[in-house]
Every structure is written in C-alpha cells, then in structure tokens.
Design a binder for this molecule. Structure first.
Ligand SMILES: [Zn+2]
Length: 172
C-alpha cells in the first residue's frame, strides 16, 4: 500500500445517491475500507471517525447508521457496543426480508404464545423456501427447537377454519 498523507486519505471517497461517502481506497475482505497507518491496518470508518469526531473509547465500536460498510461519512458513524451492532443486524435482517413479526399477534387466543398464526404461516413458508432452522430462529428470536416444532406441526396445527391452534403453552 502506498504511503499517503492524512489529507490524501481523508479525500478518498465519493458521494453516492444516499449521501454515503464511499471509501475509494482498499477494501478489506470483510467489506470495510482499510487504511494503512504506521504499517498497521486500520478500518477506514474508524480512521475517519477519529479524524473528524475525536478518539474512540476503549473496546467500543464505530457503527454505521447507514449499514453501508464502505461508508466513511462521519455523520453516518456512531460509537456503540457489540450488542448494539448485533441488534442492528437482526433489525436490518427483518426489514430486508420483509418479515417483521406482526405486532398485534393476530389470531392468538393464548396470551402465553410468542408467535401468531401469521408468524406460523411465514415460518413454514421460510422453511419451504429452504431457510435453515437457525436462520429462522435468529429472525424470530425463538429457539431452533420451537421453529422445528412449528414446522412439523407439533406445536401449532391448523384448524378446520384455517386458523392455527396452539397445543402447548410454553413456547420458549
Ligand atoms: Zn453512509
């Protein structure tokens, strides 16, 4: 990697249509931009954050509010924890797949149930589409065993009127 001045590094971006400043230097296999500083690799978004907004506290991450790993726009970056990041990823996954869990829990006569019949339909459909139990369980925050039971009809079964009936109260 060619040695660049700080100014040269901070100029390495192009604006995209969503307002992200896309880093135009080297990209790490994990998808983040990288900068070579004193012979070590630093993530470009962390470098830009420090230069524009100040130092990053120990063990803290610089998160992308825009979910664009190559973005170095300081306005799109925020200090956060690993837990914040995981939560973001789960939320983003739900939105991307259009599978937000029905808030009103349609069809639930059982207050202890964690999934609605609509969720059951969706979970079964996702399974038919070939998604792994693990992937579905992450999106719905249910155990793989619960997802497996839903798919096999052990926990929920369809009534003659087309609605699902919960056979077990404990779905945890
Ligand atoms: Zn951005």
């Amino acid at each position: 990697m060619k040695k660049l001045s700080e100014k040269e590094i901070l100029d390495r971006w192009r604006l995209d249509e969503s307002g992200c400043k896309i880093y135009t230097g080297s990209i790490h296999p994990r998808g983040y931009g990288v900068v070579c500083v004193n012979r070590s690799l630093v993530y470009a978004h962390r470098y830009f954050y420090e230069k524009h907004k100040g130092s990053i506290p120990d063990k803290m991450l610089v998160r992308h509010l825009c979910h664009n790993k190559k973005c170095v726009n300081p306005d799109h970056l925020e200090i956060g924890t690993q837990a914040d990041n995981m939560k973001d990823m789960v939320d983003a996954g739900r939105q991307a797949k259009g599978m937000k869990i029905a808030k009103d829990r349609l069809g639930d006569d059982n207050p202890a149930a964690k999934v609605s019949w609509l969720d059951v339909e969706r979970i079964k459909k996702l399974r038919l589409m070939g998604l792994k139990l693990k992937q579905i369980s992450e999106v719905y925050e249910l155990s793989e065993g619960t997802i497996s039971n839903i798919c096999s009809g052990k926990t929920w079964s369809k009534r003659a009127n087309g609605r699902y009936e919960c056979r077990e109260v404990d779905l945890s």
